[in-house]
Design a protein around this ligand. Sequence first.
Ligand code: A2P
Length: 298
Amino acid sequence: LQSHFTLPSGDKIPSVALGVWQASQGEVGNAVKVALASGYKHIDGAWAYRNEQEVGQAIRESKVNRSDIWLTSKLWNNFHAPEDVEAALDDSLQKLGTEYLDLYIIHWPIAFKKEGNNIYDAELSEDPYPTWKKLEEMVDKGKVRNIGISNFNIRRIQNLTANHLKYQPAVNQVELNFWNPQPELLKWSKENGLLLEAYSPLGSTKQVKQSLQVPQVQKIAKELDITPAQVLISWAVQRGTIVLPKSVTPSRVEENLQISALPTELFDELEAAAAAHPPQRVVNPSKGWGLDFDIFED
Ligand code: A2P
């Protein structure tokens, strides 16, 4: 399986990252240290995960060269206004204790007003180009190497890329797992040269148990003498996506980096099983944010 994917900038992004969403303060630092000690070169974080300070400290304490690590963060919904983008980025840089990010992503295609509790900003949500232009400026300033998007559906991507972009989105980070494999989005993204990053690849906290018990996953794990989690993480990379498994358990952090190619027959079997049931999204904050539409629907 490929250890890296190449982005439009020419940068090579490591296929497997430690995901730190829901890795709480007090435990995330150790997970990062274990990850870096066991060979991870990629940490996928975000300002909104509220753990950047501890992530940054763990990276420094691990004594790995900054240039040997791929570090991603994400711009939160309250800071999409062009005049707020740089300060939001600077806050992440400062918390992480680094001078640049390898990748900075628009966390959601939903903008909120800066102040207040989730006050929807329709204009900036429906036209993310002003936000994007500011991100392009951050690339030119050297504060970020690559810029991307997250949770964008095809309509929203096209709405952005219809503008004359200086830099195309390097990735789209979306939920991809056995329950929500999104084959159409994956096919479209490949055809359009947009790399997907799979978050909640094990189905997140809510669905991880069920994911690991899927009969096809169990069968493949036995045949290849690997763990069910390794089957799902390998499958993600074999599908042509970056994968971001989250764990704060040292043995699992180590386990999740050991991926191996599934024989074509078994890969196809798992792909078919994933597509055989109605898609079930594990993560969808639309209602929680009081929106009167579904972020993922057209
Ligand atoms: P924990 O962090 O307590 O180790 P996802 O990557 O889809 O978001 O899933 C994260 C969930 O899966 C967490 O609850 C995490 O638990 C659990 N998990 C991560 N890796 C493994 C593994 N190799 N085996 C079993 N559970 C795992």
